[in-house]
Design a protein around this ligand. Structure first.
Ligand code: FAQ
Length: 327
């Protein structure tokens, strides 16, 4: 440290060195406020997405076409709830409680992924959510396994394992429809037509328009840019659609030999902006459902708190056997 440098300079230097050396920033480490704010913003958005994302799929649990499909769907939706919990817990290490994050969601101050503001109209939409939405989520999350904030990175490792199963079950369900009757194939194509473009929007605005990307990439919070990840998703998904005989709804989609990638059409950014501003087809319904569920579950949280208070005052009807009186 030079004579003129402050303790903050030294802590900043340590932080930057860790990032440069690909070490993880841990909750007890000093970090710039802007870093803390940005990680929290992204993680809370991610956690809310996992939880709100349960709604369009939950819509089909009672109408799944077979017991097998119902069991798979139930397991998948429970996984998504679990992902939300890992992410809220990881985000809480930054000093903001889950209550505060949920409050911000309900007040419209925190976002969640735009895709979940679209309705799931037919059973084929459930296949599409697994194949395309989880497919897009994995492309992003594989890269986030190396994010610089330790708890986020570790949560991602676990989440990615489960998302792979989600993508595969969605693709398999879609494949079955595509191989079925003419009506079933048409239903799958209709769902692909409706979910394709919103899936591309999941990756966020173009890099040049992305407010946070520059700084997030410098901090290695984001490892790859929105456009790079979107292109990877297109390149891996187009052959999957061809394999099952479905057509991607994009007249500009074309293999580019020189780039070794697909060229594809422009996203309707006005639609994207409308949806993230709260005016998509289901925004109000999704948020209201979450608010209602939260209110209906209040008694459970109250009962847990009352139990915790009792434990603290040791005013319980007896100890658990064999624990030496420890609670
Ligand atoms: N939707 O500067 P950027 C899943 C906002 S999990 C809504 O580029 P950033 C599992 C952005 O927040 C899916 N808002 O932002 C599942 C910012 O606004 P703010 C969720 C969006 O953060 C499957 C503004 O636009 N995954 O699907 C969207 O650098 C099936 C400017 O954008 C994650 O959240 C959008 N699509 O990059 C569950 C992954 N895009 O905050 C159930 C983690 C952008 O300043 C069923 N997140 N915005 O008010 C990320 O990787 C990043 O946050 C991006 C956006 C890439 C989403």
């Amino acid at each position: 440290m030079t004579e003129t440098s402050s303790p903050t300079d030294a802590r900043l230097a340590t932080f930057e060195e860790k990032v440069a050396n690909d070490q993880r920033i841990e909750p007890g480490d000093w970090m710039p406020d802007a870093f803390r704010k940005n990680v929290l913003r992204q993680m809370s958005q991610h956690a809310h997405s996992e939880v709100i994302g349960m709604q369009p799929e939950g819509n089909w649990i009672t109408r799944a076409p077979s017991l097998y499909r119902k069991v798979v769907l139930l397991a998948k939706i429970q996984d998504e709830g679990g992902h939300g919990l890992y992410l809220y817990s990881a985000a809480e290490t930054l000093g903001t409680s889950r209550e505060e994050m949920v409050q911000a969601l309900h007040e419209g101050k925190a976002k969640y992924a735009s895709i979940f503001n679209y309705p799931s109209l037919t059973w084929a939409d459930i296949g599409m959510i697994g194949w395309l939405v989880d497919g897009a989520a994995i492309v992003n999350q594989v890269s986030l396994q190396r994010t610089s904030y330790g708890p986020y990175s570790r949560a991602m490792v676990r989440i990615c394992k489960e998302e792979s199963f989600h993508q595969r079950q969605g693709y398999e369900a879609t494949m079955k429809l595509a191989q079925g009757s003419a009506e079933q194939k048409a239903m799958a194509q209709d769902a692909l037509d409706r979910w394709w473009w919103p899936s591309l929007m999941m990756f966020g605005p173009h890099d040049a328009e992305s407010a946070h990307s520059g700084q997030s990439m410098k901090w290695k919070l984001k490892r790859e840019s929105n456009d790079v990840l979107r292109q990877r998703f297109v390149d891996q998904t187009v052959p999957q659609a061809e394999f099952i005989g479905l057509k991607i709804p994009d007249p500009d989609l074309k293999w580019n030999e020189e780039r070794g990638s697909y060229d594809f059409g422009e996203i309707d950014w006005d639609e994207f902006k409308r949806v993230i501003a709260g005016n998509g087809p289901c925004n109000r319904q999704r948020l209201q459902h979450h608010i209602n569920a939260r209110q209906e579950g209040q008694w459970v949280r109250d009962a847990l708190r009352a139990y915790q208070r009792k434990r603290r005052t040791r005013d319980l009807p007896g100890d658990l056997p064999g624990n030496g009186g420890q609670r």
